[in-house]
Design a protein around this ligand. Structure first.
Ligand code: H79
Length: 575
């Protein structure tokens, strides 16, 4: 029997951040409808390919809510009273808005397309719509943001697209209201609302198109029977448009949209990660911003998984993109100006992204982006069914690449490694895309790697959940304990006394269950605690005064469900 809250049988389920209420019946209808509609509902392969080739785009979340600095849509009726939120547009006057400047920033970042919130869940429209008075035309600003922006995009060679929320917590005809769709409207009419949605998407495509994408979001209450006609209308109005997968509940559109996380490697279904440069979608003063390293690595891990990255900024209420965000984006652009050949027009793989880094391919080239190395050792890649005939590094640096039937060993001396990503370009004797994609086992410097491990408990005594799984450098495998376990320990025998100065414990975010623990070292015959803590979580690390030990133990004193550990690594003190 399995308890609630996840257990080893429920491996990570990939899903969007929110769950659609899709009934089995609804799904059945969706499948039948798909058959009936045939291929008419999908973008043409060339359209998709062109869209994929761009790889990197700018997402913009903007509206009167920026005056408050709270989250767009979601703060309506929660942290900001509905009435106050809905009156903000009367003050919205972003006089420093300059469409050409925004588009230049996107361009300088190396982005190839731009998607802006024509309307978010709060219902406010960034263009003067014929079908509502709740729009930019009614603000003191009065200028048509979508017009200026779409013109600037066309002028500067950036594809333009719109994010248009399907749910609308403001519109009286949409059944759900703020906060977050939790309340109900008094007299809704979803069919009439769908007509309104059709009118507005028609306005968008007709007045601001051709669009790169119609980016729908959060189709609360909208199933395939209501959503498919809208999708069909969009494609009739502009056959070469792309549509994301959020127009209605159930499988839909041309591509998947993992949100705030890098999607998994997938060449079969196009995908695009949408992610914020800070924490909030809309502008927030002093919001925490991602580092240059994280921004660039996120792009590479996404592209290496064969996805696009739609990277979001929330402009300020005065109309400018925050200068520090502009600087960050320009840093990405500067990196891409040097290394963009391995990003644009490439496909992900053949070496799948992971802790080690990522790879892309184009024609006879494979681009390696190595992000984590062994201290002095080589990167070992799995063998491929192709011959490597050349290797190159930017700036004339040297990589040592040795290919055997067992593996491909890639070595770059420490001083030539780049902390963001060491780029190595391999030339192979066939189209690199034809090489079968393979995962890369990342080897750490852990002194515990492959050593002997014991534990108090193993989930159903299964081989696949032994404590050794926490010493194999493979985050796909883990030590797991029985459902209901609240106390447990695992012990590592390093084989001989070794000097250690730091360690890393990786407890999966989705099974973050440990609430109290101790780290102990065996000193003669007694276990001595050298660290006590509460929670652990993903890639938790600890540095301490170096000790020489042979046996080390993680003692879990309290967990709210059977604890599980992906990796347990210990390291020699850094010199
Ligand atoms: O437009 C952005 C989000 O507002 C929208 N999709 C992206 C592109 C989105 N709508 N719903 N969701 C995402 C899923 C819900 C996320 C939530 Fe939350 C987590 C709602 C409450 C907690 C994020 C964090 C929003 C408010 C706080």
């Amino acid at each position: 029997m399995f308890g609630f809250g996840g257990n080893p049988m429920h491996e990570r389920v990939r899903s969007m951040a929110f769950s659609f209420k899709t009934s089995l019946f609804g799904l059945l209808i969706a499948c039948m409808a798909n058959v009936a509609w045939g291929d008419d509902l999908g973008a043409l392969p060339e359209t998709i390919k062109k869209w994929q080739d761009m790889r990197f785009g700018m997402f913009i979340h903007w509206g009167p809510v920026s005056l408050k600095g709270t989250e767009i849509g979601w703060s309506r009726g929660s942290v900001i009273p509905e009435k106050e939120y809905d009156a903000l547009y009367k003050e919205f006057n972003p006089v420093l808005f300059n469409a050409d400047e925004w588009v230049s920033v996107a361009k300088a970042a190396g982005m190839k397309y731009l998607i802006i919130t024509s309307k978010h869940h709060d219902g406010f429209c960034l263009w003067p719509s014929k079908y509502t008075d709740y729009d930019i035309g009614e603000t003191p600003f009065g200028r048509d943001v979508l017009k200026e922006l779409s013109d600037a995009c066309r002028k500067q060679g950036i594809r333009f697209g719109t994010y248009h929320s399907v749910c609308d917590w403001y519109h009286p005809d949409f059944p759900l209201g703020s906060p977050g769709g939790k309340t109900k409207k008094t007299n809704p009419n979803l069919d009439r609302y769908m007509k309104h949605l059709e009118n507005q998407v028609t306005e968008l495509i007709t007045n601001y198109g051709p669009l790169s994408t119609m980016w729908f979001d959060v189709p609360q209450e909208v199933g395939p029977e209501r959503g498919k006609p809208v999708e069909a209308l969009v494609r009739r109005l502009q056959p070469d448009i792309t549509i994301n997968n959020r127009g209605y509940q159930g499988p839909s559109g041309d591509y998947d949209t993992p949100e705030q996380r890098v999607g998994a490697f997938n060449r079969d279904r196009p995908w695009e990660t949408c992610m914020t440069i800070c924490r909030q979608w809309a502008w927030k003063p002093n919001d925490t911003m991602k580092s240059k390293e994280e921004c660039i690595q996120t792009l590479l891990l996404t592209v290496g998984g064969d996805g696009n990255l739609l990277f979001n900024v929330g402009p300020m209420p005065d109309g400018r993109i925050e200068p520090r965000q502009v600087d960050r984006l320009k840093e990405m652009g500067a990196w891409l100006a040097k290394h963009g050949n391995g990003v644009y027009g490439t496909r992900g793989g053949p070496f799948q992204p992971g802790r080690w880094g990522a790879s892309t391919c184009k024609e006879n080239k494979i681009f390696l982006y190595v992000m984590n190395w062994l201290k002095d050792g080589p990167l070992l890649l799995p063998p491929i069914d192709a011959k490597i005939i050349d290797d190159e590094m930017p700036g004339g640096l040297d990589a040592e690449v040795v290919q055997t039937t067992e593996n491909i060993s890639v070595h770059v001396p420490n001083e030539n490694r780049d902390p963001i990503a060491t780029v190595i370009e391999l030339t192979v004797d066939c189209p690199a895309f034809d090489i079968e994609p393979a995962a890369v086992l990342y080897r750490s410097d852990s002194l515990a790697f492959g050593k002997k491990a014991t534990a108090s408990n193993v989930f159903q005594k299964m081989e696949t959940y032994q404590p050794a799984m926490a010493l194999d450098d493979n985050p796909e495998t883990r030590w797991a304990t029985d459902s209901g376990t609240s106390e447990a320990w695992m012990e590592v025998d390093l084989g001989e006394p070794l000097r250690i100065g730091s360690l890393m414990i990786d407890e999966p975010a989705e099974y973050k269950r440990i609430q109290a623990f101790e780290l102990q070292a065996l000193d003669g015959t007694t276990w001595k605690t050298f660290h006590s803590g509460t929670t652990i979580g993903p890639e938790w690390s600890l540095h301490f005064t170096p000790i020489t030990i042979q046996r080390i133990r993680l003692r879990i004193l309290k967990a709210n469900e059977g604890p599980t550990i992906r990796e347990f690594q210990v390291f020699a003190p850094s010199q």
